[in-house]
Design a protein around this ligand. Structure first.
Ligand code: NAD
Length: 503
């Protein structure tokens, strides 16, 4: 039996209950069908087969979930920090115990390759452990003495919050948002992406098995324009943590305006990787390839624009073409697979439309540019060359295993092109000239920049983008700033002079 055959057999075991019972919402600690009784299908991008039926939550289900989160809030907020910490650690342990099931279901639901998803499942556990460690200090504040007052600050959880997540690495991203929310003392209503409901359900189950009180974490499946919209408008929900496309971020900001929602938006990117001729070119090549072709290129931090200095461009691109043509496209559960199928028909149509757009723009398809078979949504890893920064393939987020290479002559030109985009999530700079690295990163418009490195996440560092890539930061204490309110209390030190009116 090959490893793939044995993995498929295991997957079938994990899917059995979903096939039999479908996926229900989880509200107030109870599994519930949608109030309308409606369901929708989730489909595997590998063979277009229906995985299972999913409860189609709408406004009424969100109302029930928001009420449950509101009711559960005071007790969760007031639970001693150490008790909350223990629950979060038990959630991390639950994730670790079911990491294979999570990874396999994620691969089947989203088309992601197992080599990346097994790590993503464990990263989810790390997120819970990391924020569990911060729980006891999260409410600490400052003592700011004035001549007349002892001024004390503290942080308090903002209240029930909504978490809206996308379909790319949905499990890891859900933990990244929900773990700090719970650590802060907030209760949660989670609306996962309609294209990837499987692991969101497993995660909520793990949380309940870990002893999380009913109503602290509520899960409502449904579509953005119904369930998602109601969540952003609900008066009991005090903040929305959103990960998704820039135009959706703009929509939900409008939807949340009437109830003055606090918003944290992690949005799209068209991130540059800039390779200067003095760089370690072998390492740069590895990083360029990894940061666009791993995770099917369906990754907000992917380096989808390669800016390469013209003195080395020909040689660098030739090596790139050779490696890109060697990338193994295949079944997501085959451990050898490097690129799996794209998540769904609509996204497949979007990504493949850029093959024609590239030609119309006048670029060259140096590798890929074609689909693979017709059983699932597979495309060949693609490289566009002879491009310029004004082309659509250089400006629009394609969100697939598709790289646009552009050459530059001078540092100034590279900087101008790197910044000439609506987005500003990440940037990657490859140079061995320290002064240049300092100058360049100083002027590069991005929330996160790596020099001589691929994206390596360190959980205490701030994560987020500028321009159309988002508003707000996650990570370390920045997460607590979002899910908590600062509170100031002034205690009079004695009998200071109080102005007397009408005396
Ligand atoms: P999307 O914006 O289409 O959907 C994201 C979520 O929003 C889904 O759950 C969807 O149902 C919901 N939604 C849609 N319309 C809504 C509405 N009107 N009101 C409330 N909710 C609504 O994004 P996607 O296609 O699922 O994900 C891919 C996008 O996410 C890419 O642009 C990618 O760059 C971005 N992303 C960003 C980050 C980051 O950290 N910056 C991380 C991952 C993904």
């Amino acid at each position: 039996m090959t490893e793939l055959t044995s993995n498929i057999a295991k997957l079938n075991g994990y899917l059995e209950r979903f096939r039999k019972n479908g996926i229900q919402n989880l509200i107030g600690g109870e599994s519930r069908a949608a109030l309308s009784g409606k369901t929708f299908e989730t489909v595997s991008p590998t063979d277009k087969s229906v995985i299972c039926q999913v409860s189609h939550g709408g406004a009424a289900d969100i109302d029930a979930a928001a009420q449950a989160a509101k009711d559960a809030f005071p007790a969760w907020r007031d639970m001693p920090a150490l008790q909350r910490k223990k629950i979060l650690i038990r959630i991390a342990e639950g994730i670790e115990a079911r990491a294979e099931e999570i990874a396999f279901c994620e691969c089947w639901d989203t088309g992601q390759a197992l080599r990346f998803m097994s790590k993503a499942a464990l990263r989810g556990a790390e997120n819970f452990r990391y924020f569990a460690d911060q729980v006891t200090a999260a409410r600490d504040g400052k003592n700011l003495q004035s001549p007349t007052l002892m001024n004390v600050t503290t942080r308090v959880p903002i209240g029930p919050v909504g978490v809206i997540t996308p379909w790319n690495t949905p499990f890891m991203l859900s933990t990244w948002k929900i773990a700090p929310a719970l650590a802060s003392g907030c209760t949660v209503v989670h609306k996962p992406a309609e294209l990837s409901p499987l692991t969101a359900r497993i995660l909520a189950e793990i949380a309940h098995e870990a002893g999380l009180p009913a109503g602290v974490w509520n899960l409502v499946n449904g579509f953005g324009e119904e369930a998602g919209k109601r969540l952003t408008e609900h008066p009991a929900i005090k903040a929305i943590a959103f990960v998704g496309e820039s135009r959706t971020g703009s929509l939900i900001t409008k939807q949340g305006a009437d109830t003055l929602k606090r918003m944290h938006l992690e949005l799209g990117g068209k991130n540059p990787v800039v390779v200067f001729d003095d760089a370690d070119l072998d390492r740069a090549l590895d990083a360029v390839i990894f940061m666009i072709y791993s995770i099917n290129g369906e990754r907000c931090t992917s380096s989808s624009r390669l800016l390469v200095q013209d003195s080395i461009a020909e040689e660098f691109q030739a090596k790139l073409v050779e490696r890109v043509n060697n990338i193994r496209v295949g079944h997501p559960l085959d451990p050898k697979t490097e690129v799996g199928p794209l998540v769904a028909q609509e996204h497949f149509d979007k990504v493949t439309s850029y093959f024609e757009i590239a030609k119309q723009d006048g670029a060259t398809i140096a590798a890929g540019g074609e689909v693979v078979g017709d059983e699932g949504y597979f495309v060949r890893p693609t490289l566009f060359t002879n491009a310029n920064n004004k082309m659509r393939i250089a400006q629009e987020e394609i969100f697939g295993p598709v790289l646009t290479a552009i050459t530059f002559e001078t540092e100034e030109e590279a900087l101008e092109m790197a910044n000439d985009t609506q987005y500003g999530l990440t940037g990657y700079v490859w140079t061995n000239d320290l002064s240049r690295a300092l100058r360049f990163t100083n002027h590069l418009e991005a929330g996160m920049i790596w020099v001589n490195s691929e994206n390596v996440r360190h959980l205490p560092t701030p994560f987020g983008g500028v321009k159309a890539s988002g508003i707000g930061r996650d990570g370390g204490d920045w997460s607590f700033d979002f899910y908590m309110e600062q509170k100031h209390i002034g205690f009079a030190l004695g009998h200071h002079n109080i102005p007397r009116l009408g005396a």
